[in-house]
Design a protein around this ligand. Sequence first.
Ligand SMILES: [Zn+2]
Length: 266
Amino acid sequence: MRVSRGIAGGGIGAVILLVAALFFGVDPSIVLQNGPTFEDTTSSPQGQPPTAGGELPEFVSVVLADTEDTWHAIFQELGGTYQEPTMVLFTGAVQSACGFAQAAVGPFYCPGDRRVYLDLSFFEELRTRFGAPGDFAQAYVIAHEIGHHVQTLLGITQEVNRLRGQVGQVEANDLSVRVELQADCFAGLWAHRAQRSRQILEEGDIEEGLNAASAIGDDRLQRESRGYVSPDSFTHGSSAQRVRWFERGLASGDPASCDTFSADRI
Ligand SMILES: [Zn+2]
């Protein structure tokens, strides 16, 4: 069996940084230097979920560690250092740098404290209410939120927020959709490597997982804290778009394929 080496190769990693630099006027070397310097890192789940020690937190830890392996490798290829996010498991409600969140908010990433907040009851709902194939749907949700962390490390989140303040509502929503689709593509990059090493995917996993995740929605807290005041007009993109960008990352394994910002058609 031929092992795909789509992500390997010194030049390829530079592409996404170049893309970021071109689009956002950011010097890649500054991006790389700024990324790792902010916060110390902890990858252990925190908090006291009622199921602590049970199967789910362990699963979260495994997927988290897998994303860290993947992104450490990719950042290394970029010539930088991946800074691991902190994972916070919660039920009920949680306080973050992005505000106070009820569990109903679902999983979210807070750029302000660089933490991924996972609502354990969300996973339960994913399984029972939406009948999503548990493992993959859950792993996808984690990988998507990690994608937002990567966007923050690369300076993309900050730049998009800045641009969002300079354009009208329609353009701002379009930027938001492109952010979400890029996070889906980044999740696909992770799946590319996980699939390569562990054959995690089964037929239909992707569509079912993405549909379930988008049906519930994520990032509501982020939107609120950033003042996205029209949730009805805000969208993650259609399920078809989300699947397409996830599959793009999955098929290519190439960060440069995740440049949703220069794509004419998303
Ligand atoms: Zn998102």
